[in-house]
Design a protein. Structure first.
Ligand code: NAD
Ligand code: USQ
Length: 414
């Protein structure tokens, strides 16, 4: 295999990273996974495990090689701490691209305590900086593909369609009105989301100063579990988070329905978020690798999301399909109770993405997985004790009626 076809996948043991590593390997790339298995350790800390019985990384990789004849190398490195090992590995592997998933990615986990806040900032910001620094030191022209988040734009009503990273504004220069493009103003809604806005600044700098070619994928909430490749053998099954910190909203509702827990809508459920199915995540990353920015091009930003939904509409849909009860809990987060969200996602569509959107068939597929493994769920872990501020009460009961709507619509970020 030509050296130019090697890809490093940082965080390749995780929910998005594992199916991406398999997809890229199947497409013919020579894949190298780097992961410190911190996510598996956090499962132990939280006292729960993936809904699906994920196998140790060594077994995952052995089975993949037996099935396909394709080898994926694995290095257990902490990219936030093991800088010199990372730099040496990059110099040895000489990858064409590095896909960077290796961050602490749960907003509620990042808000649990000072220790969790500090860990999230140390891990995510140092990790991203180490990768950039090592790319420059290697002297290689490596395309960095980073998994960012739609949350960097803030989740208030923007009053316009959210552009892909850059905003056109009018300014007066020497008495003349001119249009310029600026990075969209950051509006982080949690410590975790804040680290992604800090990552963006690091990208801006390394792109400007060192001409590092970077694609930042502003991804929405991922749902679903299996991809074509993870379905090839039970040993390849993907991780599925469901508990109060790491479980994301739609996957949580589907699991809650399977185990007979009320659907946990926070606040009025008026929050609108962008979504993407895990099968589209892996397709988008492959497309991003195939279409790198040119040398000296600014950081390329894609909105990696295919549709938007309001949380209470998702709860109503899942309830209709399964008969599950819906309950409204005091929102543990400090976020707008209600927002509209319209996003641009033209760039991936132009590259040929045929989006998978919410369909009953795909929802039933996840419900079926949840039903198969529901004995692995500890009901006491469904609600999180994480709160955005100490004065927000912890609500373990919820109520059957939707709370009264907010008095005034929220503005962006507040
Ligand atoms: P995940 O926690 O399942 O996977 C992250 C992986 O990175 C884990 O295997 C973990 O062990 C590893 N890791 C973390 N810190 C590391 C370090 N310092 N050194 C080496 N390995 C490290 O998360 P995910 O859901 O796969 O998310 C991957 C990326 O995609 C994250 O950056 C996240 O912010 C982004 N993202 C995820 C979603 C989602 O809904 N899951 C949505 C938008 C963006
Ligand atoms: N929510 C509920 N009930 C729940 C869980 C969540 O009502 O049981 C609500 C939340 O209050 C929030 C919305 O659903 O308004 C989304 O929450 P989430 O936990 O599904 O997603 P979020 O915290 O935003 O984070 C997830 C990933 C993160 C990624 C982000 C993309 O964990 O890594 O960056 O989605 S985005 O939301 O587009 O920023």
């Amino acid at each position: 295999m030509a050296v130019s076809e090697r890809i490093m996948v940082l965080g390749g043991d995780g929910f998005c990273g594992w199916p991406t590593a398999l997809r890229l390997s199947r497409e013919g790339y020579d894949v190298v996974i780097v992961d410190n298995l911190s996510r598996r350790k956090i499962d132990i800390e939280l006292g729960c495990e993936s809904l699906t019985p994920i196998q140790p990384i060594e077994r995952r990789l052995r089975t993949w090689e037996e099935l396909t004849g394709r080898h994926i190398a694995f290095y257990n490195l902490n990219i936030a701490e093991d800088y010199y090992e990372l730099e040496k590995l990059i110099e040895e592997v000489r990858p064409k691209a590095i896909v960077h998933f290796a961050e602490q990615r749960a907003a509620p986990y990042s808000m649990k305590s000072p220790r969790h806040k500090r860990y999230t900032v140390d891990n995510n910001v140092n990790g991203t900086h180490n990768v950039l620094c090592a790319i420059v030191e290697s002297g290689l022209d490596i395309h960095l593909v980073h998994l960012g988040t739609m949350g960097v734009y803030g989740y208030g009503t923007a009053g316009m369609s959210i552009p892909e990273g850059y905003l056109t504004v009018k300014v007066e220069i020497d008495g003349v009105d001119r249009e310029i493009e600026i990075p969209y103003p950051p509006h982080p809604g949690s410590i975790y989301h804040m680290t992604k806005t800090l990552d963006a600044l690091l990208f801006y700098y390394y792109n400007k100063n060192d001409d590092v070619r970077i694609t930042d994928l502003h991804q929405g909430v991922v749902w679903g579990t299996n991809t074509e490749e993870t379905l090839m053998h039970p040993d390849l099954i993907n991780r599925f988070d469901w508990e109060g910190d790491y479980g994301t909203v739609l996957n949580r509702f589907l699991v809650e329905a399977a185990v007979g827990h009320p659907l946990t809508v926070y606040g009025s459920g008026g929050q609108t978020r962008a979504f993407i199915h895990i099968r589209d995540t892996v397709r988008c990353i492959s497309l991003a690798i195939q279409h790198p920015p040119k040398r000296k091009e600014r950081v390329k930003i894609f909105n990696q999301a295919t549709e938007t939904h309001r949380v209470r509409d998702l709860a109503q849909l899942v309830s209709r399909l399964t008969g599950a009860e819906i309950r409204y809990y005091v929102n543990p987060r400090n976020e707008a109770p209600d927002n509209d969200l319209v996003i641009h996602n033209r760039q991936f569509l132009e590259l040929g993405l045929k989006p998978i959107t919410l369909s009953e068939g795909l929802l039933y597929e996840v419900i079926e997985v949840a039903a198969r493994y529901k004995d692995r769920i500890d009901m006491s872990k469904i609600l999180s004790d994480s709160r955005w501020r100490a004065d927000i009460p912890i609500d373990r009961e919820g109520r059957a009626q939707q709370p009264a709507p907010p008095v005034a619509p929220a503005v962006n970020g507040h």
